[in-house]
Write a protein that binds this ligand. Structure first.
Ligand SMILES: [Zn+2]
Length: 190
């Protein structure tokens, strides 16, 4: 996995793009907290190692909590439980739209995992198909689980995540902002 920080940074960038013209002040803080945390949730499955569940099992790391079904259900749950009708009116978003966003933010976790160069692949199609998948291109160094992170390899992981996750996240925010400015300008001209 990339580190949980990188997952959170990427899904926060997705949140900024999704929020559009809205700012951190005009949307409930809950949205921003959940945008960052939602993409970290799948890695709670590392407790499987402590419980003696094999990595390869569908209940193991990168198994069921890394499936599209999990992303859709958890995304719908977050959108359904964490926002009141009044929040939705203020945000000018429907519950369905928020559910789609959170599902996408969670699914971004699987994409980043599938870009890493180690461990087992991601069980995207679980529980229907337990095959573990990677993407054909895997530039992100896999992050060690536990104390090994504070090592020379840990620094290489961090450098690879800055290059392949943090910078693209920044680019995403800047492109979304540029796109928004352009749309505003065209709006003003009309
Ligand atoms: Zn993961």
């Amino acid at each position: 996995m990339p580190t949980i920080f990188s997952h959170a940074i990427f899904s926060s960038a997705l949140g900024a793009a999704y929020a559009g013209r809205a700012t951190a002040h005009s949307w409930p803080p809950r949205f921003w907290v959940l945008a960052g945390l939602s993409s970290v949730i799948p890695d709670f499955d590392v407790i499987a190692f402590g419980l003696g569940i094999p990595y390869r099992s569908v209940w193991g790391h990168r198994g069921i909590t890394h499936s599209l079904l999990f992303a859709v259900l958890t995304g719908a749950l977050l959108a359904g439980l964490a926002f009141r009708r009044q929040d939705l009116a203020e945000m000018q978003r429907s519950r369905f739209s928020l559910a789609c966003f959170f599902s996408l933010a969670i699914a971004s976790h699987f994409v980043l995992d599938a870009l890493t160069n180690g461990g087992l692949g991601v069980a995207w199609l679980a529980p229907f198909d337990h095959t573990r998948y990677f993407l054909p291109w895997r530039p992100i160094r896999v992050s060690p689980i536990g104390a090994d992170f504070f090592s020379q390899y840990g620094l290489l992981v961090l450098a690879s995540e800055i290059l392949w996750v943090w910078l693209p996240s920044l680019a995403l925010v800047l492109v979304a902002r540029g796109f928004r400015r352009n749309t505003n300008r065209q709006h003003n001209l009309n």
